[in-house]
Each structure stands twice: as structure tokens, then as C-alpha cells.
Design a protein around this ligand. Structure first.
Ligand code: F6P
Length: 350
């Protein structure tokens, strides 16, 4: 941590910029001996595989690896223990995160960030690897701004990290939702009903959109695009009925509406019996798919390669079919969204 910052001389984090080590001579890049790893925000299948990859690749490169429990809150609290290679055995296939996670408010204040940085110094964490979403990356960036080098790895089921086209956990969550919706279709079909399914995605509709395509949903509602109930829901269902359909699948991302309300409104407007299902946290659990295990493993190795090359304060990303990395400040300025065209394409096939 930069010596000028302390609890009695708090930094104005907004005025600082995390150093971009690509522009700094190699001789000025801090020497790394200890690497800390934590998971933060909502858990995602594949987080364990990511920790394992960071630990194994880190140990292979000769670093001491520390696991930080309960995200940034655990860092702040000094819940930091050395991890050896055997401790990550048989974690690859397990859902959740054995380091546990938290949505911590601790890092929303300069006091929290300075105390976290102090803990890194005390425990010999020379670089902190943060597995989480954009919110977690902001905590990491603030640490980087006061001199604790960081690396971010994208872990969230929502796929809503702007800098990366793929996030660890997304594939497993979509497969879980798809399998559940296939089952709901069976019963909707037997009873000639409309099944309204709420999937996760408070701010992003990636799960809803892709699962909608994979299950042939009649209607997909996402937070990125406001919808007109009569035009975008009722009309589609009634057109379907007129063309001979006898059951209907409506998928709503939680940020776009509530399945319970929509089911009532659809039944009132169309006379078709409707049932809501909220898939909820089911989507966050389970053994990661092959895609999530391989992405987690290769991204974890890439994180250590960045550290070996002195390329710190980077976010590991998947772009244009490749795992690569970008500067954390740059990555956090990016935005991504789902276009009208992508949404429209999903409904052509129903
Ligand atoms: O992990 C992201 C997410 O899955 C969102 O889609 C969802 O709104 C949120 O987590 C809910 O998480 P929690 O109930 O743990 O706060």
C-alpha cells in the first residue's frame, strides 16, 4: 500500500487512478511473493474451479497463495489463510465457493479500503485476485488505486460484466434454467396452460434471452428493453392460440417483472390458465458444466500468467473467442447491453 495513505489520512479514491503496469518500466513493478484470492458478490458455479486454478498455477509459479474468506469483508477482518495444493483437491466439480462470499458494504468507504489494504500488507498479500462481478471489481480497483495490485476474474451467473463476453457460472445457470423450463413445458402442455417463469437477472437479461431461445419461449422479457404488456405479451399469446398453439412459455428476467403478477394479468387478459414459477437461487447452485470448468481453469491460469509478466491491475476477459486481459480502469468504464435485434431474433423461431 502506498505509504501516504492511512486511517488518519484517508485518500479521496475518486481522484486516484490505478497504475497501468503496461506503461511502467519492468524494474518498477512490485516484486510478488504472496497472492491472495477471494470470491465476492453472488456465488456462481465454477468459482471453486477458478480458486483451484489460481492456487495451483500460483503454487506452480512459486508464489505463496492465501485464501481470503467471505470476500472483502473477510479481507477487512483478516480472515486469511495459506492454501496448499491438496486443499483445492476435488473442488473443481463442486458448486458454490469454499471460500464463501459476501456482498460487502465494507469497501464502499475509504476507511474500509485502507483497512483492507493494511490487511494485505500484514498477511503478505502482494497481489489480490478478486473473483466476482463489476461491483466486486470496483472494490478491487479502489485497492489498486492506493497501491495494492489486483487481478479481476469474471464470476457471475448473469454474464453482465461489460468488459467480458463470458462470465464463469453463466453456462451452468442457463443449463439449470433450461432443464427446469423443459419440465415446466411438459406440464404446461398437458394442461394447455401458460407457464410464466422468472429467471435471475436483476439488471441483465442474458440468461432470459438465451434460455428463451433454447426452450422456444413465446415471450422473453428483459430489463434492458421496457415492454408493452398488450403488444409484447397478450398479442403474442393470442396470435399463438389462433395459429393452433395450446400451451405457452413466457420467460421474465427478475429485473423486468414478477412472474406472479404476470401470470395473473395474462390469465385475466387471455382467459388462458397461467402458472408462475420462480427459479430463484436454484440457478446459482450445482456442479459447473464443462464450459464453466474449462473457462474457470484457463482464466485462472491466465491471471497467474499476468502476474508472472508483471501485468497487474488487469481484468481477465473473454473477447473475440480468446481469453485475454485489459486494464481495470478501462474495463470498468465499459458498457454492454442487449440490442433490440437480438431480442427480436429470439421470437422469430417460436
Ligand atoms: O449473482 C447475481 C444475481 O444472480 C442476480 O441476478 C440476482 O438478482 C441476485 O444475484 C440475487 O442475489 P442475492 O439474493 O444473493 O442477493
Amino acid at each position: 500500500m502506498n505509504e501516504e495513505y492511512s486511517l488518519s489520512n484517508l485518500p479521496n479514491l475518486k481522484e486516484l487512478v490505478a497504475p497501468n503496469y503496461d506503461n511502467i518500466p519492468r524494474s518498477d513493478v512490485p516484486k510478488i511473493k504472496g497472492i491472495g484470492v477471494l470470491t465476492s458478490g453472488g456465488d456462481a458455479p465454477g468459482m471453486n474451479a477458478t480458486i483451484r486454478a489460481v492456487a495451483r498455477a500460483g503454487l506452480h509459479s512459486g508464489y505463496t497463495v492465501y485464501g481470503v474468506k467471505r470476500g472483502f469483508h473477510g479481507l477487512w477482518n483478516g480472515e486469511i489463510d495459506e492454501i496448499n495444493s491438496r486443499e483445492v483437491s476435488e473442488t473443481l466439480q463442486r458448486g458454490g465457493t469454499f471460500l464463501m462470499t459476501a456482498r460487502s458494504k465494507t469497501f464502499e468507504t475509504p476507511e474500509g479500503v485502507v483497512k483492507g489494504a493494511k490487511m494485505c500488507n500484514v498477511f503478505g498479500v502482494d497481489v489480490l485476485v478478486v473473483i466476482g462481478g463489476d461491483g466486486s471489481y470496483r472494490g478491487a480497483r479502489d485497492l489498486a488505486r492506493i497501491g495494492i495490485p489486483v487481478i479481476g476474474l469474471p464470476g457471475t451467473i448473469d454474464n453482465d460484466i461489460a468488459s467480458s463476453e463470458y462470465t464463469i457460472g453463466y453456462d451452468t445457470a442457463m443449463n439449470t434454467a433450461m432443464e427446469a423450463i423443459d419440465k415446466l413445458r411438459d406440464t404446461a402442455s398437458s394442461h394447455e396452460r401458460c407457464s410464466v417463469i422468472e429467471v435471475m437477472g436483476r439488471r441483465a437479461g442474458y440468461i432470459a434471452l438465451n434460455v428463451g431461445i433454447a426452450t422456444g419461449a413465446e415471450v422473453v422479457l428483459i430489463p434492458e428493453h421496457p415492454f408493452d404488456f398488450d403488444k409484447d405479451v397478450v398479442r403474442i399469446i393470442l396470435e399463438g392460440r389462433n395459429s393452433g398453439k395450446r400451451h405457452y412459455i413466457v420467460i421474465v428476467a427478475e429485473g423486468a417483472g414478477k412472474a406472479t403478477d404476470l401470470a395473473v394479468r395474462i390469465e385475466e387478459a387471455t382467459g388462458i390458465e397461467s402458472r408462475p414459477t420462480i427459479l430463484g437461487h436454484l440457478q446459482r447452485g450445482g456442479s459447473p458444466t464443462l464450459r464453466d470448468r474449462t473457462m474457470a481453469s484457463l482464466m485462472g491460469v491466465h491471471a497467474i500468467e499476468c502476474i508472472n509478466e508483471g501485468r497487474l491491475n488487469r481484468l481477465i476477459v473473454y473477447r473475440d473467442g480468446k481469453i485475454t486481459d485489459i486494464d481495470i480502469e478501462e474495463g470498468l468504464k465499459m458498457e454492454k447491453t442487449i440490442s433490440e435485434e437480438d431480442l427480436a431474433r429470439a421470437s422469430i423461431l417460436t
